[in-house]
Design a protein around this ligand. Sequence first.
Ligand code: ZN
Ligand code: ZN
Length: 326
Amino acid sequence: MPSILPQNHAIRSSQRVLSGLSSDKIGTMQRRFIARRVQSTSHHFFLHARVYCVSKTITTKPPPAKEPLTYEPLTCTTTTTSSTRSVLNDPSLKSTWTHRAWMASGCTTVLIPLVKSATGAIDSQMWVEPLIAGYIGYVISDLASGIYHWGIDNYGNAKTPIFGNQIDAFQGHHKWPWTITRREFSNNLHALARAVTLTVLPIDLLCTNPTTLAFVGICSGCIMFSQQFHSWAHGTKSKLPSIVLALQDFGILVSRSQHAAHHRTPYNNNYCIVSGIWNEYLDRSKFFELLEMIFFFKFGVRPRSWSEPDSEWIEETETQSIPVSN
Ligand SMILES: [Zn+2]
Ligand SMILES: [Zn+2]
């Protein structure tokens, strides 16, 4: 049967034509088909027999009313290209001279205790204590970053005194996490640099103990740069410097996978953003859940993580804003 495929195609075409006709017209056509069938040659028998059966079915049982053809517009992601341009050119992501000035003062504030500690250690030939104190400062800075992050993620709002801007920024970060990687260095760190300057500078000036100064210098430095470590935790592996990747892999800086868990449901874990060494312990011991219960029963305040899933937590995917050339 060399012509079976064209015949089947013709049958389907005939079915489509017949299904759109009224019963009277189909009856007329049916009689014409029968007459032609009698006159047809044998190699057309298969085609005509199939068409006859279809027309018979439609004549005795009218086809059900077809649903009108509807047009459903596809969700178009290109509508976000203008917002992408605004993200890439957003002046709120750029560093200002004020941001840079706070960064300069923050770095100076961190360097002063480190230099004083090193000088004191040289003078006294006492290195072990400052080194241990510096390590403890590094460990404590991770815990402090987690507690602070938990606090501003869960309580208050943009109008909260002192912390309002940070709360608003961290809520925005949960919605548009990728913007942290587009934020310029001083823009990202200036708030913590200002806090470090205002709190640590007096200690720098008053303290002379090398061990205390080592603790203060390392702890405040890690806290000030925690937002940079956080930014690297959101970085793409192929775009991060190899030294950063190595530090993340060794667990010296918070890893990308660990921080990614913070941005997934239930949004109530992995708050620490310096090294992340406290995350597993704090989450397993339900440390933050205990604090939340205490806050709730003592003050009647519910943490934001209890209201998840909430649109405030849910990330808008970066695919909605793939960069476009200008
Ligand atoms: Zn968070
Ligand atoms: Zn993050």
